[in-house]
Design a protein. Structure first.
Length: 138
């Protein structure tokens, strides 16, 4: 069995944003040479997310609006912010959107359903954060 590891780095200018990272994941898969196996994509920060969905701007706008209703960015609302932080909302948003995804690798390709793409979700941007790509297989 082979193993491939790569870190991707992001620094978004906005507090909340979604980035389609499917091309970077496909490039990593090609670099790995793995044809059959599993691909893990993991946000390595507690205020960021990795998720799979459609690359459609209306959906992404809806996500931002929905997440802001569920966990508004209001530093007065969160006990976590008593530590000097202002990102209590970002922790909640990450919890909802998820930490990681695992995609099957078949014949050297990501084995997606229709319209599926991989996204990095940022909820406390304006600083450097990383995503782990780990692929195992043959």
């Amino acid at each position: 069995m082979k193993s491939y590891t790569k870190e991707l780095w992001f620094n978004t200018p906005e507090r909340m944003s979604f980035i389609n990272i499917t091309p970077e994941i496909r490039a990593g898969l090609a670099e790995s040479g793995i044809k059959e196996g599993l691909c893990l994509v993991n946000a390595m920060h507690i205020t960021a997310s990795v998720f799979i969905n459609d690359d459609e701007s209306g959906l992404h706008a809806d996500y931002k609006e929905w997440l802001e209703k569920l966990a508004p960015h209001d530093p007065k609302l969160y006990r976590h912010n008593r530590t000097g932080e202002d990102n209590g909302d970002a922790h909640h948003k990450r919890q909802i959107m998820g930490r990681e995804v695992v995609i099957a690798v078949t014949d050297g390709q990501l084995h997606f359903g229709p319209w599926e793409q991989i996204f990095y979700g940022e909820f406390d941007g304006r600083r450097r954060k990383r995503v782990l790509l780990k692929i195992i297989g043959e």
